[in-house]
Design a protein around this ligand. Structure first.
Ligand code: 5AD
Ligand code: SF4
Length: 482
């Protein structure tokens, strides 16, 4: 990773005066369509890409057909990611040709982790692509677009000047695109130094970088003022967060959460995704002491066999993971545990897989994600010789998912009869149904919910727990002032 950009001038000026209506008089309004693939980090990045383009006269539109600039914000974490992007680019090439036949110009850009991984190759395989930009330089989008407008034949930018990106983006007050509802993402950390043997993230997103505390407080305050009640702190390895505060002191995620909890109007704080090795005492204490920190923890373990964990370079054992969960549960007994699992890692035996099932049985997850191992080019595990047959992986995944689904249903059913605060952030089916999130991140459906509860918290009595959601009734309206 290069740090040469620390001294670079931001291309995007900060501060007031960046409304889209501030573009030079007479400049035509152009339209950008951003398609987001993959993780929440990409959802956040896409919103910031829209933010950065707005002052340059680009309004966001909902379909590719309306756009002058189509940007695919891609994800590379799992199987066939690059192939999916190439087939989408095939469709877009036809759209571009149709436009060209009418004398119109359509710009096509690819951002995110597939762009980072493919680099120059992307323009060779898909010449219709004008711009390839990795996840670390999208703050320079306006500059790239200006260069394309001025006749540049195509741009590939996959450097890692991570320090410049976030702090070169428009200031928090200008974050209109993210403050659309009661919940918002806030990227606090990016990149990863862990190098799990199966994972592309350290290669596509680069090394760990934490944003300064003051910037994050400013952004969170602006979100709260715009009506956001719940913020989810994002990072590939979010609990490795180590940001500087205004006095230059190192602040951990637990410390950051305590500062964020002081912001009026912000009612709930979540964070994802964490590594077991970085779950420190301060963060565990925050779970015991900070009411606004929600009792839900996504803590991937990946596998239950120590032999496989070692081969995965996970830096923890099954036992150390289980002891860690004991400590977390001692701090916050009702915490809902979530995780990620990979089945069929190279060399995984039936006995190894059984150890994963045993670990799951012991932890009792409220919710989890599970995947078949798929080789990612450039990662150490991809070149291991003892790759497993697809049928074996599929069969193991089915068994694991049956167990995880059983646990999720049991967790949801056990909520029946309880009263819990629900933050309503979606409209459901029918006229008066609202859907919100419980503290444990379950979707809660309420029929006949008063419209004024949209965007707010209310106490709900849970009547039923189902496989993927809860159903309940309002018991008491929370009176809130913004
Ligand atoms: N194959 C399957 N699953 C993977 N993940 C990451 N890389 C791979 C891979 N090569 C899963 C891990 C990770 C989640 C985000 O995606 O479980 O925690
Ligand atoms: Fe990938 Fe997470 Fe491992 Fe980092 S800790 S290498 S992001 S799986």
């Amino acid at each position: 990773m290069s740090d040469t950009s620390a001294s670079e001038q931001p291309t995007q000026p900060e501060g007031p005066g960046l409304e889209s209506s501030d573009r030079p008089a007479g400049a035509p309004a152009r339209k950008i369509f951003i398609k987001t693939y993959g993780c929440q980090m990409n959802v956040y990045d896409s919103a910031r890409m829209a933010d950065v383009m707005a002052p340059n006269g680009y309004a966001e539109v909902e379909t590719p057909e309306e756009a002058d600039f189509i940007l695919l914000n891609t994800c590379h974490i799992r199987e066939k990611a690059a192939e999916k992007v190439y087939s989408e680019l095939g469709r877009l090439r036809r759209l571009k040709e149709e436009r060209a036949a009418k004398g119109e110009r359509l710009m096509i850009g690819v951002a995110g982790c597939v762009a980072q991984a493919e680099g120059e190759e992307m323009r060779r395989r898909a010449p219709a692509v004008d711009l390839v930009v990795g996840p670390q330089t999208y703050h320079r989008l306006p500059e790239y677009v200006a260069r394309l407008d001025n006749g540049s034949p195509g741009i590939v930018e996959t450097e890692f000047p991570v320090e410049a990106k976030f702090e070169s983006l428009p200031m928090a007050e200008k974050r209109k695109t993210l403050a659309r509802g009661a919940t918002a993402f806030l990227t606090v950390q990016e990149g990863c130094d862990k190098f799990c043997a199966f994972c592309v993230v350290p290669y596509t997103r680069g090394g760990e970088y934490s944003r300064p505390v003051t910037r994050l407080l400013g952004e969170a305050e602006a979100l709260a003022q715009a009506g956001v009640r719940e913020v989810t702190l994002l990072g590939q390895n979010v609990n490795a967060y180590h940001g500087e505060d205004d006095a230059g002191r190192d602040t951990t995620l637990g410390g950051l959460i305590r500062r964020l909890a002081e912001i009026p109007g912000l009612e709930r704080i979540r964070y994802t995704t964490s590594h077991p090795r970085d779950m420190d005492d301060e963060l565990i204490a925050a779970h015991a002491e900070v009411d606004k920190l929600m009792p839900y923890l996504h803590l991937p373990v990946q596998a239950g066999s120590d032999r496989i964990l070692k081969a995965m370079n996970r830096k923890h054992t099954a036992e150390s993971y289980l002891r860690l969960i004991e400590r977390i549960r001692a701090a916050r007994p009702d915490i809902a545990m979530s995780g990620d699992f990979i089945v069929g890692f190279p060399g995984e035996t039936e006995e190894d897989f059984q150890a994963t099932l045993d670990l799951v049985s012991e932890v009792k997850y409220a919710q989890a994600y599970s995947f078949k191992y798929s080789p990612r080019p450039g990662t150490p595990a991809a070149t291991e010789e003892d790759q497993l047959a697809e049928e074996v992986k599929s069969e193991r995944l089915q068994r694991l998912q049956a167990l995880l689904n059983e646990q999720q249903l049991a967790f949801n059913r056990a909520c029946a009869g309880r009263v819990m605060p629900v933050l309503f952030d979606r409209r459901g089916r029918g006229d008066a149904q609202l859907v919100g999130r419980s503290p444990y991140l379950q979707s809660v459906h309420v029929d006949e919910a008063p419209e004024e509860l949209f965007g707010r918290l209310a106490e709900v009595v849970i009547d039923e727990g189902h496989a993927n959601s809860l159903r309940g009734r309002i018991v008491e309206k929370a009176v809130q002032t913004a």
